[in-house]
Design a protein around this ligand. Structure first.
Ligand code: SAM
Ligand code: FES
Length: 352
């Protein structure tokens, strides 16, 4: 047995590895060992969640943002972005369509848009909960003060997605303007956990200037934070950002990161991301086979889909919600998995 195979076995049995071991594995893994690693990741997922894939209805409710993340197509300085906001009625209509398709989780994602004050966000959460009490609500609206997160949780929000983007200070600084700091991003994640949310962190793979050492830091930060969910997708350039000419993240590296994350955090909910499906026609299926267990079909109104353009060539921008549902469902079933439309909470989480 090779040294790498030993590392894979150790990771599978103990769900941890030292930084130098992870780095060695990332740098030196060959085809044969890679296959073994993906199998172990899948086995680990199967142990806790069987062959289920959980569905989340994604509602991209605003593409206004006060931030200027260098990689992001809806950053504030992109003057070519056509901006939109959904009204409460439009958001409810998306939920209603999702409900009729069987979804019991809605993910409300958007830029950091001051129009949606805490009062408005609370009103949206309470109204959705009044109409769909058995459904889980996930927010993904960026960095907020502790008190705001508390108010959303008390109003009924259950989960919060906030990718850490990079756990290395210098690298974080190359992806974001000065006003945004890694320390605040991390603090937000710890605050969300303390309040009681199911928390999702995560990062882009092969974002500009990222090194393999940075990826090890990302994995070890996840291990330390122990989020309930982890979003991992390849970086994909957007034509209206300064990163337009940067290389897109590879399928191989992204899948490797999904598998390593599954082995480090066996009970996490890990989406096979839209970005993964964008860089390869079977990217999401490969993600599921490497330990991912969530997909997030789009419920946003078709007329705004293309405007939520985080990166170029994003898939599913022209399809109605029902088309997305049946397309993804077919893909899941053809890959040997079973669609699960329940709330799909992390098995270790209970509302406090
Ligand atoms: N504003 C919220 C936040 O900051 O968490 C949520 C919206 S933000 C657009 C959602 C995620 O999109 C980010 O966390 C980032 O990882 C991802 N993203 C943005 N631009 C991307 C790009 N060019 N390629 C791949 N993923 C990207
Ligand atoms: Fe705010 Fe991307 S810069 S959502």
């Amino acid at each position: 047995m090779t040294y790498i195979d030993n590392l894979i076995n150790e990771l599978y049995e103990k769900n941890e590895l030292a930084d130098n071991e992870l780095l060695y594995l990332i740098k030196n893994i060959d085809e044969e060992s890679r296959k073994k690693l993906l199998e172990k990741a899948y086995e680990t997922k199967f142990k806790y969640y069987g062959n289920k894939v959980f569905m989340r209805g994604l509602i991209e409710f605003t593409n206004y943002c006060k931030n200027d993340c260098y990689y992001c197509g809806i950053r504030k300085s992109n003057k070519s972005a056509e901006r939109y906001r959904l009204s409460l009625e439009q958001i409810l209509e998306c939920c209603n369509i999702g409900y009729n398709l069987g979804y019991r989780t809605y993910v409300l994602q958007g830029g950091e848009d001051g129009f949606y004050t805490d009062d408005r966000i609370v009103e949206i959460i309470k109204t959705i909960k009044a109409f769909f009490p058995e459904c889980a609500i996930t927010l993904s609206i960026g960095e907020k003060p502790y008190g705001s997160y508390e108010r959303y949780y008390e109003a009924g929000a259950d989960r919060y997605l906030l990718r850490h983007e990079s756990a290395n200070v210098e690298h974080y600084g190359k992806l974001h303007p000065r006003e945004l700091s890694l320390s605040n991003r991390k603090q937000c994640l710890y605050n969300l956990k303390e309040i009681g949310y199911q928390v999702g962190a995560g990062f882009m793979v092969e974002s500009p200037y990222q090194t393999e050492e940075n990826l090890v830091e990302d994995l070890l930060f996840l291990k330390k934070l122990e989020p309930h969910m982890v979003g991992i997708g390849p970086f994909i350039p957007h034509k209206d950002t300064d990163f337009r000419d940067k290389m897109q993240g590879t399928l191989e590296k992204t899948i490797l990161m999904v598998a390593l994350t599954r082995l480090l955090l066996p009970k996490a909910l890990i989406p096979a991301t839209t970005a993964l499906g964008t860089i390869h026609p079977l990217g999401r299926e490969m993600g599921l086979k490497a330990g991912a267990n969530v997909v997030m079909p789009n419920l946003s109104p078709t007329k705004v889909r293309a405007k939520y353009s985080l990166y170029d060539n994003k898939i599913c921008t022209g399809d109605e919600a029902a088309e997305c549902r049946y397309c993804i469902e077919r893909r899941i079933e053809n890959s040997g998995f079973v669609v699960d439309t329940s709330r799909g909470d992390n098995i270790e989480w209970k509302r406090t």
